[in-house]
Write a protein that binds this ligand. Structure first.
Ligand SMILES: Cc1cc2nc3c(=O)[nH]c(=O)nc-3n(C[C@H](O)[C@H](O)[C@H](O)COP(=O)(O)OP(=O)(O)OC[C@H]3O[C@@H](n4cnc5c(N)ncnc54)[C@H](O)[C@@H]3O)c2cc1C
Length: 427
């Protein structure tokens, strides 16, 4: 079959990988001149297989007023006139309860464990280098109450198969030397942390470029149509009959939408409504010059992740965070970038030269393709030859291989390896 994948981020490329393995004649279309130049470019670098709890949790509603009022809040809501933003927010608020949040966590863990298995098989099968390491993850809490709640969640997640532990302050300081003697930075305010030894890290952009290389090999037979803006999908009865693009019509038997945050807009001409809205986040990537974490560390209070990245040009620290529900702009806000630098300086004061000009910190922002519940939408759509691989929010890299495989199963009308409960369109 001829399949067109619309979007060459980590999600679209992963889908193309499985489609090519199924023997389909696959074309990957993207508006940019290279792969993974949008949200998959400089994300938090975490393969976060055990930390999948959605943003819409039971404790979130009381935090909404500070989101509105405080400019330095890790989560920020800037109201716009866009009805999609308000619809998204309403559905998000309705999902902020324990029952919903636990059901979503359960489903996402099934998907993420499946993705981990596929990643391990993939790394063993393919010759691919993207700084992949199993370095573990430490989610640091700065108050006893929050740490207590996190430990209760660990107990719950253990029943679902997660290998995690609560570590008290002395054990955290012993585990991660970058906390020093605990008198400065994040080490000074940590009361305990949740440690997951099996969590993984790597450079998502390098993963994508390597995947592109594999897909372009003659035996994979995937074609890339880069620099091609998809303009409109035309449907008749229950099929997509034409896809218009800046390079002319795209001819295929089946179409996979993997356009990240733009997916809703991409399919709007078909009448489909996807509850995917951008949640903007930021990162900086710093050359390491002092004590810097070797484990991935998340500062739970400030919602900032610190990930060590190995690279040819020396070790670097990826610092990522912020979630702004603030519309569609892809321009970085210098104030937010400044806040991120301030967070990093306060957390790991010796790790990098924070007085360097911001341009030397590889400043970046990206739009997480977020659904209100936090679950992606995978597989069939109401149109027989249109498939969805969208809405991965803060977990797109973590879930990409499993999602792509599920979409390839849907294209092949094959039963997926895991239940699609909660991930199907309209669920
Ligand atoms: C600050 C931050 C930190 C994050 N940290 C992590 C992390 O640690 N771990 C993790 O798993 N996830 C993380 N994420 C989330 C993850 O990066 C995303 O979920 C993932 O990159 C989404 O991939 P995608 O392929 O769906 O979207 P994208 O990477 O945005 O790809 C979509 C592609 O579609 C193309 N496109 C869109 N519209 C059109 C059109 N009309 N025509 C042609 N092409 C089009 C775009 O050019 C783009 O290349 C983070 C995100 C952010 C912002």
């Amino acid at each position: 079959m001829r399949v067109a994948v619309l979007g060459a981020g980590v999600v679209g490329l992963s889908a193309a990988y499985w489609l090519a393995r199924d023997g389909h004649e696959t074309v990957v279309v993207d508006r940019n001149d290279g792969v993974a130049l949008e949200t998959s470019y400089a994300n938090g670098a975490q393969l976060s297989y055990s930390y999948v709890a959605p943003l819409a949790g039971p404790g979130v509603l009381p935090k909404i007023p500070p989101w509105l009022l405080r400019r330095d809040s890790p989560l920020r809501f800037r109201p716009t006139l866009d009805p999609d933003q308000w619809r998204w927010l309403l559905r998000f608020v309705l999902a902020c309860n324990r029952e919903r949040s636990e059901a979503t966590t359960r489903r996402l863990l099934v998907l993420s464990f499946y993705s981990r298995r596929l990643m391990h098989e993939f790394v063993a099968r393919e010759s691919i280098e993207f700084g992949h390491a199993v370095n573990g993850k430490l989610v640091v809490h700065s108050d006893e109450a929050g740490y207590g709640r996190a430990r209760a969640l660990v107990d719950y997640q253990r029943t679902l198969g997660c290998d995690q532990d609560g570590l008290d302050r002395p054990r955290c300081l012993a585990l991660e030397p970058a906390f020093g003697d605990g008198t400065r930075g994040l080490g000074a305010r940590l009361v305990g942390a949740i440690h997951t030894p099996g969590e993984e890290v790597g450079d998502c952009y390098r993963f994508c470029v390597e995947l592109e290389r594999l897909l372009m090999a003659p035996k994979a037979g995937v074609r890339f149509a880069l620099g091609t803006q998809v303009q409109r999908l035309v449907v008749e009865r229950n099929r997509v009959v034409a896809v218009e693009s800046s390079a002319g019509p795209i001819d295929a038997d089946a179409f996979v939408v993997a356009a990240g945050a733009a997916s809703g807009r991409l399919v709007s001409s078909t009448g489909l409504r996807l509850p995917v809205y951008p949640l903007k986040g930021y990162s900086i990537t710093l050359p390491v010059c002092g004590a810097s974490p070797r484990i991935s560390v998340t500062d739970f209070r400030r919602k900032v992740v610190y990930a060590p990245l190995a690279a040819g040009d020396g070790p670097r620290l990826r610092v990522a965070g912020m979630a702004d529900l603030a519309g569609w702009s892809r321009e970085p806000d210098p104030v937010r970038l400044g806040q991120l630098v301030g967070e990093a300086r306060a957390a790991f004061p010796d790790a990098a030269d924070y007085d360097a000009p911001i341009e030397r910190m590889a400043p970046w922002c990206g739009l997480r393709p977020a659904t209100p519940l936090g679950t992606p939408i995978l597989g069939a759509s109401p149109f027989a030859n249109l498939f969805l691989d969208v809405g991965h929010g803060a977990l797109g890299w973590t879930l990409a291989l499993a999602s792509g495989r599920i979409v390839a199963d849907a294209v092949a009308r094959r039963r997926p390896d895991i239940p699609l409960d909660g991930f199907a369109f309209g669920a």
